[in-house]
Write a protein that binds this ligand. Structure first.
Ligand code: ADP
Ligand code: MG
Ligand code: MG
Length: 934
């Protein structure tokens, strides 16, 4: 089957190339003026930005500055062909530039009427801040006078020019040229320093306060510095600038931080980026111009109000970079830092109204929350970007619920709107409200990423990574974060920045990851030399403890007590019950104690898929039963062993009964003992002596018996049901404990549904033999307790390949199959689960295996056995119950696999139950949506 698909794929690929060879390849798609050659579905070719620019222009007729997109195929070509372009690209670019010139009635490079463009990157998946964009391309000594003549505003023109020099020298002349300056010595930092000097000299705070004459001098200074530092002249030719920028964007695809980001986000490295060349519109043309970033709903908490920030007289990334405190779009967007600033709604009511109408239209069109970038040039609104907005888990859940209510999406779409990781955020720690009630914050900032984090102060990304590696929580404290910090931000438990707004880089990235984050905490005074930070009148050193409340934006001294979240969250409960309506797969928990069972029920488990009897020999209160078990194991005669087994009975019954009671109403699958016997032989001399005394034997005899238990290969030794075959009294006793518990519970008014599970079966005859014993115990219990109706079933784990292969026979005697995928993986691969450390990392590194099969179910190999076993089992017994109880039961991909294969349920640890409920719902939703599409 696998072979077939490979062949087929090869065929279609061949077809595609021949087709292409006939038709001249199309490398460029234009957009603007209510038209577009591409559309929103073409993300692979045009990148996310390009596809949506086309959609906004061509389909939605929104005001989009005209431009064109160079496809991702050109990026692939560029990297496959020693950084060169397809032959026709040059003439294609020129032709498309002509088209823009006709639409804008401006000319690129013209002295009198110059056209300026931006060159923007845009990959298939959004990579915020990772790749490059250059604005104001086309400004040269020749075109500057023309621009000034047209606008009558030299200040504006030189503001644009100094920005061009800064971006271009950084992106094209330094980064794309492969120059790697030391931290803080890059050209951008140097030029930023010069800009800062001018502001200091003039005694002003904002760039906007620098007059034209000073900007003219600054631009000259910039160019001299560029020449001095990078040993090259800043290009003074429009076309040269354009091609330099295009090349730099393609080069930035394989820049260090872009690669790091893709690794974290699992974005394939071979996708490539598109390049968008677009007419410049200017938000920096004085007080009637502005630029901003908005979201159709609040991405931090999910509120369904239009939300965003803007800056008057600003360009490009000023908002995102956190240079000035941005103003709120409307009253919904105001926060502690911006509430005194005028809203866009007040300042530019006409443009705001238009933008508000557009955002509504966009939500209706895309059926989702969108992230919007816009610029207002002299009161005229322009749309520069829209994409599905990143959001944190809290917001994702809120929006999914709201959009169902608003009938914007179906419940199937809604469950697909929250990723398992986002749902996980809602189950993440928060500060214990009791601990927080008693303390005052030492500082306040903007709540950019909710949840809580307590940890140790660090000041660099590297230190955050080091701390995480040593198993500690880091609180990364920075003036502002930039894309170079990406790995450190990932490693930190919480992020705290002095600068930046709610749409700053740190906020955006933190939100994407559901990380606790506070930005714009203006009162911080960071001293990187001493590695200290001053806040609330006190100085804190690296290594001091800090707690962040990212939901409120509060910073506390010391490490406050944290809570496991999830409880009491109404939205979480509502969303999970929506999941329950969509899913068909049942979700059970693996639980071995009453406590776990109760927890599992709270998380929504519908029964127990795996109760391991031997658990009572570990942990709390295990002293006594463990001692008896050891006696049983080391007994010298059948009588001795039987006596020990009897002694064990009350303990076993106590635990089984308590757990079944906690799960009243639901099935509880109790697995007969599967202990690796040798593991239970005591190793401490005093324990050995105590046991020898109890057994009335000498230490020599004790050692002899213990040695006899030694196995060369215990994983394949005397374990599982083999124990029940050799010592039937053990099966009898366990069955009796199960049935007596059930009978008593029924009499007490509970609903007990025991399922007896036989572990490690390799042949149906094992089941036949064990079932006889189980029946014998059952009959005895019924006779003794006179209970009228006691339902039970007997099934088996499928964890040995032979049992999977012979599933047809096995199902003849089993009421249910439960795939023990840990052992099944171990035995299918022949990899000892406990010994993979010495070779598996190399397998992954060399790409021999794609993933650790103990973490991600091997759907091709182990999955084929499972598929076979389910099909054969159901052929034999159509109503055969099928479940999974290995670690994989809580892994979303594996849950989807189980759904596809027609499982009855998955079972996982209590904490994973909500994730499994979501994953099961998503699997079912995909089916429904796929059917609809047909
Ligand atoms: P990113 O992918 O990092 O968001 P963009 O290509 O969107 O980069 O560019 C960043 C910002 O630059 C935009 O949000 C916008 O404000 C500004 N910008 C880009 N192109 C233009 C343009 N043609 N006119 C005006 N501003 C632009
Ligand atoms: Mg950018
Ligand atoms: Mg953008």
């Amino acid at each position: 089957m696998v072979k077939k698909t490979v062949k087929k794929a090869a065929k279609t690929a061949a077809k595609k190339t021949t087709k292409k060879a006939v038709k001249a390849a199309k490398y460029i798609y234009s957009f603007g003026a209510g038209k577009a050659e591409g559309n929103g579905k073409m993300k692979e070719l045009l990148g996310g930005k390009g596809a949506n620019l086309a959609e906004m222009s061509g389909q939605l007729k929104l005001p989009v500055p005209p431009g064109f997109t160079i496809t991702t195929e050109v990026c692939t070509y560029y990297w496959n062909n020693k950084r060169t372009y397809p032959k026709t690209l040059k003439s294609d670019v020129e032709a498309n530039l002509k088209k823009i010139e006709r639409e804008t009635k401006k000319v690129f490079g013209s002295e009198k009427n110059p056209l300026l463009v931006s060159v923007r990157s845009g990959a298939r998946a959004s990579m915020p801040g990772m790749m490059e964009t250059i604005l104001n391309i086309g400004l040269t000594e020749k075109t500057i006078p023309g621009m000034i003549a047209k606008t009558g505003d030299p200040r504006f023109v030189y503001d644009a020019y100094r920005r061009l020099i800064m971006m271009y020298s950084d992106v094209v002349m330094e980064k794309a040229a492969g120059i790697e300056p030391k931290d803080g010595e890059g050209i951008r930092k140097i030029l930023d320093g010069l800009l800062g000097d001018v502001k200091t000299k003039l005694g002003v705070k904002d760039d906007t306060q620098i007059p034209a004459e000073e900007l003219i001098k600054l631009c000259a200074e910039f160019k001299k510095t560029v020449k001095k530092v990078l040993k090259k002249d800043f290009p003074d030719n429009a076309m040269e600038q354009l091609w330099g920028a295009i090349g730099a964007v393609f080069a930035s695809w394989n820049g260090k931080r872009a690669i790091a980001y893709r690794n974290i986000e699992n974005i394939p490295h071979d996708w490539g980026t598109a390049v968008n060349v677009q007419t410049m519109v200017f938000g920096n043309m004085g007080d009637t111009s502005a630029t901003g970033v908005a979201f159709t709903r609040n991405p931090g908490n999910g509120d369904s109000h239009f939300y965003g920030e803007y800056l008057v007289n600003a360009q490009g990334e000023d908002v995102v970079a956190g240079i000035r405190t941005p103003s709120p779009m409307n009253k919904w967007s105001a926060n502690a830092h911006s509430k005194h600033l005028p809203t866009l709604e007040k300042v530019m009511p006409k443009a705001y109204k238009e933008l508000d109408a557009i955002q509504k239209k966009l939500e209706k069109h895309f059926h989702d929350m969108l992230d919007i970038e816009f610029t207002i040039e002299d009161q005229k609104l322009w749309m520069l970007q829209c994409r599905v907005g990143k959001r944190n888990g809290t917001a994702a859940v809120q929006m999914a619920l709201d959009m169902v209510k608003e009938r914007l999406i179906t419940k199937e779409e809604a469950v697909l709107r929250v990723t398992p990781a986002q749902l996980g955020e809602l189950l993440l720690p928060a500060i214990d409200p009791k601990a927080e009630a008693g303390v005052t914050p030492i500082a306040k900032g903007l709540p950019a990423g909710p949840g809580g984090a307590a940890g140790t102060i660090v000041f660099s990304s590297l230190d955050a990574i080091k701390l995480q590696e040593s198993g500690q929580n880091a609180i990364l404290v920075r003036e502002e974060t930039n894309p170079e910090d990406i790995e450190g931000m990932r490693a930190a438990a919480g992020i705290l920045t002095q600068r930046g707004g709610m749409t700053s880089h740190a906020a955006l990235v933190a939100r994407g990851w559901g990380k606790c984050c506070i930005v714009g905490c203006g009162e911080l005074e960071i001293n990187l030399n001493d590695k200290t930070v001053k806040m609330g009148g006190k100085t804190y050193k690296e290594g001091d403890a800090l707690t962040l409340n990212g939901t409120k934006g509060f910073v506390y001294e010391g490490a406050l007590k944290m809570l496991a979240a999830g409880e009491g969250n109404k939205n979480l409960a509502a969303f999970l019950s929506l999941c329950d309506k969509v899913r068909t797969l049942k979700v059970r928990a693996n639980a071995d104690t009453e406590e776990d069972a109760l927890k599992a029920r709270k998380f929504g488990a519908e029964g127990i898929g795996l109760f391991r009897i031997e658990h009572m020999f570990y942990g709390k209160n295990s002293e006594k039963p463990l001692f008896i078990l050891r006696k049983m194991i080391l007994s010298g005669s059948e009588e001795e062993r039987k006596a020990a087994v009897e002694e064990l009975f009350p303990f076993m019954k106590r635990d089984i009964k308590a757990t079944m009671k906690a799960m009243s109403g639901y099935s509880v699958t109790i697995r007969l003992m599967d202990p690796p016997l040798h593991e239970f032989v005591p190793t401490l001399p005093e324990k050995q002596q105590e046991l020898a005394k109890e057994l009335g034997i000498t230490m020599d005899v004790f050692k002899e018996r213990a040695a006899a238990l030694h196995e060369v290969n215990p994983m394949m030794g005397h374990r599982g049901i083999r124990l029940g075959i050799t010592y039937p009294e053990i099966t009898l006793m366990q069955s009796r404990a199960i049935f007596e518990s059930a009978a008593e519970l029924i009499k007490e008014g509970h609903k007990a549904v025991p399922e007896v599970m036989i572990p490690l079966t390799c042949d149906v005859n094992e089941i036949v033999a064990q079932k006889k014993l189980i029946r014998e115990a059952y009959d005895a219990v019924v006779a003794k307790t006179k209970v009228k109706k006691l339902n039970y079933s007997v099934g088996t784990m499928i964890e040995i390949p032979r049992a999977a292969v012979l599933a047809y026979e096995v199902a003849g005697e089993a009421d249910f199959f439960s795939f023990g995928t840990n052992d099944l993986t171990q035995m299918t691969f022949g990899f000892s689960r406990d010994d993979i450390g010495s070779f598996l990392p190399e397998y992954l590194k060399q790409g021999i295996l794609e993933a650790d099969p103990f973490q991600t179910l091997d759907q091709r190999g182990v999955g084929m056995l499972i598929q076979h076993a389910v099909n054969e089992g159901r052929d034999q017994k159509p109503n055969l119950k099928v479940g999974i109880c290995g670690e994989h039961g809580g892994d979303p991909e594996s849950v989807e696999f189980c759904h596809r294969e027609g499982f009855t349920y998955v079972s996982c640890s209590a904490f994973r139950v909500p994730i499994a409920r979501l994953a099961a719902a998503q699997a079912a939703a995909k089916d429904v949506l796929a059917k609809k599409r047909k």
